[in-house]
Ligand binder design. Structure first.
Ligand SMILES: Cc1ncc(COP(=O)(O)O)c(C=O)c1O
Length: 432
């Protein structure tokens, strides 16, 4: 039986978890920031490590009894360093947003100018949105994409020269093309700005060799661990140099970035690290260093390319005309529906995507013109180009019959048949 202790203590919660597991088995999740972790990652996440307090860093804790927690955090740090090719890793950020917040705190003062890609053009909240800490406590300047959807590097350069930001951020949430880290780093250097590369979305592609790495270009790198990297929810901050652990805050120089980052995470922003999460990150990093992960990363991109090509062949409009990564944005305007209606129709057909703005979106962010979707999770389930082309058929059919409940239900039956051939977490059977 699955979750026997929950069955005894809290059948209500267990039942809801089983319903969620069943939903996943019978549908196809295509939200590009989601994935299917290994059951080994889940084992670490559900372990007794959650009980322990370990404020501080390995060898320098404010609580006793941390000899094994130290070993776990050391392993996670060493694996992160080896995998990404950096000399320092902080694996304690609770998630991607706090990781970015720590970098702001490490490298900028409140009121400093920071420059990131605008949310409505594919950037993240934490890259300088007005209602986010990054736009409230710092002065954001947002660069955009050109109308065809590519990052406007010339515009970015002009803005950097005009505003001379303290920190520039590259990295995206809803962008399907390779990011030219080298070019952005040259611009940052020319205006003496720190460069943060937030590779939350593409970290798995980077370590799998399917996207260039920002290492050697960016001063500091943040990433979530739960997207293409296929780990637990969590984040890491990666950089080069060695932390000196000074008693006083070190000067804001490039050499001091490791110390600045560590101090910003703890005691700057966080208390005790989530040790169960750290252990699960370590497991995911081990998995990502195995040769099969390279095959996975390549297949994620091959699947996304095949999906984009199949949709374009059916007349769908994909922003930039395709993808180099794990995701794509579709403009659904020509289908006579909004992104919200598209999300809803696909949901009824058993395919989960999210509504999303398109470049220069004439509609409002709550009701945009596009949808965002991708292939990390379905690739983890073992789907390849043939399945992805079948999914393109179902997506197109659902989007062109978005009001027809009977038709959508019929598609759902077909999606179900495909989904149940590629069950996520095959080790976890909700029916026993
Ligand atoms: C580029 C980028 N940075 C940061 C984050 C924030 O991560 P979290 O949701 O874990 O705070 C995300 C999440 O979508 C992201 O896409």
């Amino acid at each position: 039986m699955l979750y026997p202790h929950l069955a005894e203590r809290d059948p209500e919660i267990r039942n809801i978890i089983l319903k969620e597991l069943t939903r996943r088995r019978h549908g196809i999740d295509m939200i590009p920031s989601e994935n299917v972790t290994s059951v080994a990652v889940l084992d670490a996440l559900g372990s007794i490590l959650t009980d322990k307090y370990a404020e501080g860093y390995p060898g320098k804790r404010y609580y006793g009894g941390n000899e094994y927690i130290d070993q776990i955090e050391e392993l996670a740090r060493e694996r992160a360093k080896a995998l990404f090719g950096v000399s320092h890793a902080n694996v304690q950020p609770y998630s991607g947003s706090p990781a970015n917040q720590a970098v702001y705190m490490a490298l900028c003062n409140p009121g400093d100018t920071v420059m990131g890609l605008a949310l409505s053009y594919g950037g993240h909240l934490t890259h300088g949105l007005g209602v986010n800490f990054s736009g409230i406590y710092y002065k954001p300047v947002n660069y955009k994409t050109t109308p065809d959807g590519y990052i406007d590097y010339d515009g970015l350069e002009a803005l950097a020269k005009e505003h001379r930001p303290k920190m520039m951020i590259c990295g995206t949430t809803a962008y399907s093309r390779v990011i030219d880290f080298e070019r952005i780093a040259a611009i940052a250097k020319s205006v003496d700005a720190f460069l943060l590369a937030d590779i939350s979305h593409i970290a798995g592609l980077v370590v799998g060799g399917a996207h260039p790495s920002p290492v050697g270009h960016a001063d500091v790198i943040t990433t979530t661990t739960h997207k293409t990297l296929r780990g637990p929810r969590g984040a890491m901050i990666l950089c080069n140099g060695n932390p000196s652990n000074p008693l006083k805050a070190p000067e804001r120089t490039r050499e001091n970035i490791p110390s600045l980052v560590d101090r910003a995470v703890f005691p700057g922003l966080q208390g005790g690290p989530h040790n169960h999460q750290t252990a699960a990150i370590a497991v995911a990093l081990k998995e990502a260093s195995e040769p099969t992960f390279k095959i996975y990363a390549a297949q994620v991109v091959a699947n996304a390319r095949a999906l984009a090509a199949a949709l374009i062949e059916k007349g769908c409009s994909i922003v930039t005309g395709g993808t180099d990564t794990h995701l794509m944005i579709m403009d659904v305007t020509s289908l006579g529906i909004s992104g919200g209606q598209a999300e809803l129709a696909l949901g009824k057909a058993g395919i989960t995507v999210n509504k999303n703005t398109i470049p220069n979106d004439p509609r409002k962010p709550f009701d945009p013109s596009g949808i965002r979707f991708g292939t990390p999770a379905l690739t983890s389930r073992g789907m390849k180009e043939a399945e992805v082309r079948e999914i393109a058929e179902y997506m197109h059919a659902a989007l062109t019959h978005s009001e027809d409940e009977v038709f959508l239900n019929d598609i759902r039956t077909k999606v179900d048949a495909l989904a149940t051939k590629f069950i996520p977490y095959p080790e976890l059977d909700p029916t026993v």
